[in-house]
Design a protein around this ligand. Sequence first.
Ligand code: ADP
Ligand code: MG
Length: 692
Amino acid sequence: MNIPEIFAKDVFNSAVMEKRLPKDVYRALRETIDEGKSLDISTANVIAAAMRDWAVENGATHYTHWFQPMTGITAEKHDSFIAPTDDAHVIMEFSGKKLIKGEADASSFPSGGLRATFEARGYTAWDPTSYAFIKNHTLCIPTAFCSYGGDALDKRTPLLRSMETLNKAALRVLKLLGSDAKRVIPYVGAEQEYFLIDREMYSKRKDLIYTARSLYGAKPPKTQELDDHYFGTIKMRVQAYMEDLDEQLWRLGVPAKTKHNEVAPAQHELAPVFSIANIATDHNQLTMEIMKRTARRHKFKCLLSEKPFDYVNGSGKHINWSLSTNTGVNLLNPGKTPAENAQFLIFLTAVIKAVYLHQDLLRLSVASAGNDHRLGGSEAPPAIISIFLGDELTAILDAIVKGEHYHESGRQYMKIGVDIIPDFVKDTTDRNRTSPFAFTGNKFEFRSPGSKLSVAGPTTFINTIVADVLDEFADKLEGAQDINEAITQLIRDTVKESSAIIFNGDGYSKEWAEEAKKRGLVDLPTTPDALPHFADKKNVELFERHGVYTETEIHSRVEILLDEYIKTIRIEANTMLDMANKDIFPAVTECIRDYAQTAQLAASCNAACDYQTETVKKLTDLMSQMYAAYKELKTYADELTAYTDYEKTACFCRDKVLPAMKALRTPADELESLVGSKYWPYPTYGEMLFYV
Ligand code: ADP
Ligand code: MG
């Protein structure tokens, strides 16, 4: 395989555009991409024709507006290019109008009350900053998805808005520092964890089929205690899958770079090279989709859910985030000159303050039923948000606050904008993996997102909260007499007021939870605790100030996300009931019958039958426990058929339904470990995790 040759072969990217578009059209498009200028229809027509020709030459028969509704996945409706002619032939047709705007019946997508049911129409609008690509013989055009009233019904629109506000705020600050940057861009690298299990075993598990999470399952003899899977040799069958996956991603221009086995057995990770936030979002969506599709071909099932199996780690999606100028200067890179250092400290402290002020937003940006099983379980960061800076950088900031000299590496440091920060160890191996938000040398790594979450939500939030602090910084610095003095003061004040958010210790420990409480940090352990805060006054004002979400859009999202939480748990509860009733009870009954018959037979000829009699007793006891739990869960699940108060119902799910599910699972798992293999209706954890 010649990678440079196949890379981005299926993408209508700037190289292709430059080659295929007339010079003035390409220039106009570049202005749209780089500076956000709007495109006129005649330019769009030329681009559409070039796009169509390229797509048809490369095997496309259809086109689609590819968008990201609030389901968190992508949606597409395909139209073929054909247009019948008078002489019973067809031509391949595609106009600028169709490129720029499409209509989609929005009625089946969650809208959280944004779109009255009588107004079913929504429209999709081309995002020229994301490249079109060919997938399954279809030209996919990345688009935003809005209601006719102009409300964003998707995840892309707020993300683009947040990038714009961040750009403006960062440029204000840079201007004060004498920079002539034209644009500031957030970059994202999304590490994606996933499980691969054998498809045949998967197809025998209703829980995995309906919920992508095992709802029953006894602890196998071995889990991850030997740490022999992490970075271990990749099995041949998995290797073949990964190679296939890489090739497909490369063709789509996704710069898949790193792949390795993860901590849990059957768990793996893929990380691309980082790119501009909205492109990284598209790429991650494509990666997830292609991971699933490729798994089918290799007779695997790819599980992207956050906690498919108890007793082993769940899967996350680490969002690496940084800010760069159009000239490629990473603003989170300490740099080598006093000016670069001052710039670094300003942007670093802006992020620190933003995270400190908006812990609630970061927490709720990753809230979902699935991720609740992961956060705080000593396998993923706790639900309490904090920042890891490393000891050395923390000491530097401390010294700035105290106005002291910092004597490490034989250098002195103090005057911002005049002196140089001593080199601190970047990317050290003891990087704290228990921290939700870690500074890793020249970027931040947000580790709380669950594996199936869209990158868009958390990135939109990070962009906006940082923009808000940068605006505040610019307000303070504009008009300062001595800019270096003003910057020193600003950094000092900012670190002082936000220092409670900095924590370099073990985020998994109980002591940290107590310490965090003392520091007054926000603790929102579950989704129903976290989500409603989206609509808090502080947050509505913040997002409206930056034009990222309107109040109505926020309310709609709270409703959609709570509804999704409730429905996820309802489906899980109903699946558990179905499995108990249809499969587990009959299987155990059969086992009891066999053992009881044997016991009877043995007794009739005076033979010992301790095993059978004792097991029958244990099995029947556990069955009774299970049945009692079954009835309780059934009552709760039935209550979830209709609801109007989302917050109350979500709390009911957390407080009643989830504990009832656990009460049903516990005796069932014990039964699994007692009942003979031939009776148990499902593949076991051991088989699913180790028998690939
Ligand atoms: P680790 O698992 O040690 O965190 P990985 O190599 O798996 O490291 O992932 C690091 C991710 O961070 C990659 O996707 C990488 O491209 C991305 N990354 C590196 N530098 C930056 C940056 N400046 N901005 C955003 N993302 C970055
Ligand atoms: Mg990482």
